[in-house]
Design a protein around this ligand. Structure first.
Ligand code: NDP
Ligand code: CA
Length: 322
């Protein structure tokens, strides 16, 4: 059977008053490290064939190319240098990769190197102003989790945008560490986005607008989620706009069955500065029926996490009217 189609949804509050032609398309996706999927995860209901890299990589690339994001944020990338970097470069993207210091992929026999975060942007739309490769710390101690932060400049308007990608510590029992890692990332982001004055007449003074994509490994009830939604960076989570009340996260972004049982959870987020950016549209979340009884990954869905995708526009600030 064909792969279920995912629709772009235009939230009703985002009426046509917004111009969509200049919106920026963001994709967030934990693509499932090949070494972990085959060697560690124990997805007992996923056919082994569906995990074969030579086929699975095309499903991942197909999904990326179908939606053609301007900015692509990935986690669990253990095929950067031999696959994503060269292919994305040939399609006009500039990439950056940061491996986890002690990637669990390295414990798997015949691994392809460590997994890490990757950030790609479309070269025709943005130029790079600055890159920070961060190792997240907790109580001054370095942890095994990382983030990439890039400040981009929009070639057409000179407006700047700061983009971050991260993958926080997994598993239950580690809520406190995730919260502290989130606090550390927020601290770095405050410092990075507050640097420098306006770079163009179109850009107002004040902090650079921010987009943070990640597998936070945390449900919305967790402390790290509260930290992000209440931070002085004035961040909001894009996927809440998919709900009818505009206040509720999706029921799941990841759904898998391991020997320990079934896990259906909301772990992945696209955060954005809500007074500088607005959400024009979002890619909908497949239904339980579309995902199917064996859950993820599967022949239709190459990762145990769903991709998230939205179009963001710069809000027209008062300074724009002058
Ligand atoms: P995490 O706990 O953050 O998880 C690593 C990966 O495991 C994630 O990609 C996560 O996926 C996945 N995962 C989550 N739950 C499960 C599960 N129940 N079963 C299987 N996989 C799961 O790992 P850390 O970054 O803290 O790294 C821990 C590993 O690092 C150790 O296992 C060890 O191999 C290695 N290490 C080695 C050291 C050394 O000295 N050699 C030192 C420190 C660590 P998702 O995010 O999708 O949930
Ligand atoms: Ca995983």
């Amino acid at each position: 059977p064909a792969r279920p189609h995912r629709n772009l949804v235009y939230p009703s509050s985002m009426a046509p008053r917004h111009k969509h032609n200049s919106s920026i398309r963001i994709m967030q996706w934990n693509i499932l490290a090949q070494a972990l999927g085959e060697g560690k995860d124990g997805f007992i209901r996923c056919p082994l064939d569906a995990l074969n890299w030579e086929e699975r990589k095309y499903l991942i690339l197909e999904e990326i190319l179908t939606h053609s994001p301007d900015i692509l944020c990935l986690q669990e990338v253990d095929h950067y240098y031999d696959t994503f970097q060269p292919i994305m470069a040939s399609l006009g993207y500039q990439g950056s990769f940061l491996a986890k210091p002690w990637s669990p992929c390295l414990d798997v026999e015949q691994n392809n190197g460590p997994d890490g975060c990757a950030l790609f942007y479309r070269r025709s739309r943005f130029s790079l102003q600055a890159t920070a490769h961060l190792r997240l710390s907790a109580m001054m101690l370095p942890t095994n989790q990382v983030a990439i932060v890039q400040t981009l400049s929009c070639r057409a308007t000179g407006r700047r945008l700061c983009v971050a990608v991260t993958h926080l510590k997994a598993r239950s029992g580690w809520e406190r560490l995730r919260s502290v890692q989130g606090a550390d990332l927020l601290q770095s982001l405050r410092s990075i986005t507050s640097q420098g004055g306006p770079s163009s007449p179109e850009e107002g003074a004040g902090p650079v607008p921010l987009v943070v994509c990640g597998d936070f490994n945390a449900e919305p009830s967790e402390d790290v989620y509260r930290r992000f939604s209440s931070s002085t960076l004035r961040l909001d989570s894009a996927y809440k706009m998919l709900s009818s009340d505009g206040q509720t996260e999706p029921a799941y972004t990841s759904w898998k069955i391991r020997p320990s049982g079934e896990s259906c959870s909301t772990l992945d987020y696209i955060w954005y500065t809500h007074d500088a950016l607005s959400v024009d549209c979002l890619l909908d979340i497949p239904t339980e029926e579309q995902i199917g009884p064996d859950r993820l990954p599967s022949y239709h869905y190459p990762s145990d996490h769903l991709s998230l995708l939205c179009d963001l526009s710069f809000r027209e600030g008062p300074h724009m009217l002058m």
